[in-house]
Ligand binder design. Structure first.
Ligand code: ZN
Length: 153
């Protein structure tokens, strides 16, 4: 694990192992990561309290570790976890720390961010899709010409 980039910490993304919801994001230092592995419960390093903090130690809403993965350059942790207690991960009482801004799923799918990015993706795919055959078609005849030139040279 590479703790050097954030001064001894790595972000830990906590994901519900069943629903795949992102529940919360915290930070871990080497001790917190070790305790998470040893105890099987998500333990963060609290930056505000400057100490280890096992999620749910007071509320009972602990996060039981199902699996731990590190990302490609080993500076971020992804933990799939099972929610214990009342299952509400956020201290506000919401199920996830990201609930507040997205209570209506319908408004997300219709939001400008999504509709704006999708056509762009499709356009790129279409350009690529149309571009390849077009260049192949264009390259075919041209390819023969340089080929015959090269042969002539
Ligand atoms: Zn929260």
């Amino acid at each position: 694990m590479d703790y050097s980039k954030l001064g001894g910490l790595v972000p830990a993304v906590i994901q519900d192992y069943l629903t795949r919801e992102v529940l919360m994001v915290g930070f871990m230092n080497a001790d917190a990561y070790a305790r998470t592995q040893d105890t099987g419960y998500v333990t963060f390093y609290s930056r505000t309290r400057a100490q280890l903090w096992t999620k749910g130690e007071t509320s009972g809403n602990r996060l039981a570790v199902i699996s731990i993965a590190t990302d490609c350059d080993e500076d971020t942790v992804l933990i799939q976890a099972r929610r214990e207690g009342d299952g509400n991960v956020c201290h506000t009482g919401e199920r996830t720390c990201f609930s507040a801004g997205s209570k209506d799923p319908a408004s997300i799918s219709g939001s400008p961010a999504v509709t704006a990015s999708e056509p762009r993706e499709r356009a790129t795919r279409t350009e690529r899709g149309a571009g390849v055959p077009a260049s192949e078609r264009a390259g075919g005849p041209r390819g023969e010409a340089p080929g015959s030139n090269q042969e002539a040279l």
